[in-house]
Design a protein around this ligand. Structure first.
Ligand SMILES: Cc1cc2nc3c(=O)[nH]c(=O)nc-3n(C[C@H](O)[C@H](O)[C@H](O)COP(=O)(O)O)c2cc1C
Length: 346
């Protein structure tokens, strides 16, 4: 049977994300952040604990597999492979947007496979911010999800030839946060957030904010490759990087709101730097997809082991017993990032 336009688009997103992967990491924003070495850690590696509590979610590691796929035959297979590895390593995983599954019930199994493979680990559903309560509940039911991400992707939609052109999202977000009984994470898709957006989301009652910044997967570049009608390549450098977004969030810190980092996370050191800039958890999308598609399942298996071990060692080196203690770690910013912080009054 022919797959829908949405299924075809998802396949294109996967192949273009992979094609543009190395290009998107040419200027790595996390290189603009340095951690300060401490010669007296006063702790043992055995005391380092990399598990985290994200509100009511208990995660074995501070990083999880971020929202990407589902909705087509090809991406059902990717979901199954990622979810098997997430289960093996006790990691949480978000699926790609379930909007296609709401329109075409035949595609539901391409998402539900994630829960089948991950009977006990946290599974996170994903939908756009125009979703209503009924749609969100349906998406949660398909996955028996432990949390739901609501994505904000105005920049992506406006570059897409077939994208949305109306963005009235705040009332929806408020309703979802007030009515759903599981954590609602509001996330960007790689363009970052500024302090005004973060403050507004807090005002709407959002308790989990994923700043998902520029520096990794670039949906302006991906959609520009798909859009042959109209040149919007001037948006290829649009948005705040993930470190910039974390500095924006830190400027209005609120102990009741967890900030999640994603966008351009490619190593355990990036995970630690994100923690030092105030992130409570970290999502990784394009890099894990690249390892899976380019190097295979065994390579991603080895990488997930290596990340977990490296995070424990880095915590020990910094004298931090857990990920939350990283918020006290000292960092030095590059002149460029420091200039951004100064101009933004952060
Ligand atoms: C192939 C692909 C598909 C994606 N689909 C979704 C999606 O359906 N919903 C969403 O919220 N984010 C989606 N994203 C965005 C990621 O969740 C993440 O916010 C963004 O890619 C930045 O992280 P990265 O640099 O680690 O890739 C997708 C990313 C990729 C690579």
């Amino acid at each position: 049977m022919m797959e829908s336009l949405q299924a075809h688009r998802k396949n294109e997103h996967v192949s273009l994300a992979e094609k543009l992967y190395s290009q998107s990491h040419a200027n790595h924003p996390f290189d603009q952040v340095r951690l300060i070495h401490n010669s007296l850690p006063e702790m043992a590696l055995s005391q380092a604990d990399s598990s985290i509590k994200l509100g009511e979610l208990n995660l074995k590691a501070p990083f999880y597999i971020e929202a990407m796929t589902g909705g087509s035959k090809q991406t059902a297979k990717i979901n199954a492979r990622l979810a098997s590895l997430a289960h093996q390593h006790g990691l949480a995983m978000a699926t790609g947007s379930l909007s296609v599954a709401l329109k075409d019930p035949q595609t539901q199994s391409s998402f539900a496979i994630v829960r089948d493979k991950m009977p006990t680990e946290p599974v996170i559903a994903n939908l756009g911010a125009s979703a209503d309560l009924e749609q969100a509940q349906k998406a949660i039911d398909i996955l028996k999800a432990d949390a739901i991400e609501i994505h904000l992707n105005a920049a992506q939609e406006l570059v897409m030839p077939e994208g949305d052109r109306e963005f009235f999202w705040q009332e929806h977000i408020k309703e979802l946060v007030n009515q759903l009984s599981i954590p609602v994470i509001v996330k960007e898709v790689g363009f970052g957030m500024d302090k005004k957006t973060i403050a507004k989301l807090q005002e709407l009652g959002v308790k989990y904010i994923n700043v998902s910044g520029r520096g990794g997967t670039n949906f302006a570049a991906i959609e520009n490759r798909r859009n042959h009608q109209f040149d919007l390549s001037m948006l290829n450098d649009w948005g705040q990087t993930t470190p910039e977004s974390l500095l924006e969030a830190r400027a209005i810190k609120n102990p009741d709101v967890a900030i999640i980092a994603s966008g351009g996370i490619t190593s355990p050191l990036d995970v630690i730097k994100a923690g030092a800039l105030g992130a409570s958890a970290v999502g990784v999308a394009g890099h894990f997809l690249h390892t899976l598609l380019h190097d295979g399942d065994d390579a991603l298996d080895r990488e997930l082991n290596a990340w977990q071990e490296a995070i424990l060692r880095l915590l020990t080196l910094l004298g931090c017993h857990n990920f939350a203690e990283l918020k006290q770690a000292e960092v030095v910013l590059s002149p460029e990032l420091d200039d951004y912080a100064t101009q933004r009054g952060l």
